[in-house]
Design a protein around this ligand. Structure first.
Ligand code: SF4
Length: 142
């Protein structure tokens, strides 16, 4: 039986990104994943927020959208739902989209010293899943 893995939904071609688009994985990568895992797609941001939505990034430990609105609570709601699903379904692996303030594993979006940048840190969902014992796999490691 294949292991279950939660995966950032936009990487399977669902248009759930902030801009209403998707970021599908290359076919070879997707085929490789499908051979090994039963993929459970989830988008923590679309769970708690409309799509499209203003882009958001970390400012310190808060997540603020480009209009200056604090979206931390909504991001946390999505992250907690991801964790709830993983616990309920016995999912021990999360495969995340990089540079996202939710799903990033090696890089996340941040606003530092007046610059929009990608910094070496977890997105909020990835961080919470890791803290709860899930193994994280970056899209760059597939
Ligand atoms: Fe993709 Fe995650 Fe962003 Fe949703 S929150 S669009 S799944 S990277």
């Amino acid at each position: 039986m294949k292991k279950k893995a939660m995966i950032s939904k936009c990487m399977l071609g669902f248009p759930c990104r902030y801009d209403g688009k998707s970021k599908p994985l290359e076919k070879e990568k997707l085929d490789k994943l499908k051979k090994e895992y039963e993929l459970i797609p989830f988008c923590p941001e679309a769970f708690a927020l409309p799509t499209p939505r203003p882009a958001a990034r970390f400012i310190g430990d808060r997540i603020i959208d480009i209009n200056g609105v604090d979206k931390t609570d909504a991001f946390l709601k999505g992250a907690k739902e991801a964790l709830r699903i993983c616990k309920e379904e016995g999912i021990k692996i999360f495969i995340g989209k990089e540079k996202s303030p939710s799903c990033g594993i090696k890089k996340t979006s941040a606003y530092i010293n007046g610059c929009e940048c990608k910094c070496d840190a977890f997105g909020l969902t990835s961080k919470i899943l890791k803290e709860n014992g899930l193994k994280l796999i970056s899209e760059w490691e597939i």
